[in-house]
Design a protein around this ligand. Sequence first.
Ligand code: FE2
Length: 258
Amino acid sequence: MNILFLGDVVAESGRDTVVNTLATIKQQYEIDFTIVNAENSAHGKGITQKIYQELINAGADVITLGNHAFAKKEIISSFDQCPFMIRPANMEPLDVGNSVIIREIDDLHIAVINLLGNVFMIPSTTGPIEVMEELLKEIDADIIIVDLHGEATSEKILFAEYFADKVTAIFGTHTHVQTADERIIRGCSFITDVGMCGPYDSVLGRDIGELISHVIKHQPTIYMPAKGPCIINGCVVKIDETSCRAVSIERIKLFPNA
Ligand code: FE2
């Protein structure tokens, strides 16, 4: 079984690129199950029900989120209309949506979990390791996949080393910069950060000129995503359907106009 994970989709250009290329990627890599982190898909922060539906219609099986999950307030009241979307388990407000989803593919139950890192992030309610320990007591699935949305490399690597025997794949998200440390840890695939699907000429998807004005010239700015062609960053993980353990992980990096 091949699982595709696409990193943080940024703004309209990022989601248009994902919508337009996802079918081709799935065909090329013979993908059975697709997870997309879309916490930045609405103008660089948050998501809406309409965008959720676009990504599902394009071929995503599960949408994960992160620290900007509720940046667009309308999603709080429409979260229940997005049945295949999960939000970090350890972030306020805790009573909106689910943090674990289980889907069935080829007679296998695949659980996907969304967690927030604790280091250099907005305050999480509880650390991801603590929350994960509790979630594992409740989850009954053949394959368990985690999107750990965090800033610190060390926190994500430690999490992977700690839980490698209990889960099948751990994808780090949030930094928008793909790391080159993909590996298999005792049958669990891991990468510190998958990277983003968003504007290539940018600062993590945000407009370069706006950030220069803000950081160097100290001018007030609105939050403006960059324009222009997008890069797609993702990973494909091959899972042995008998053992339900990961056997390989391959990074995907599709440059604009490639
Ligand atoms: Fe984030």
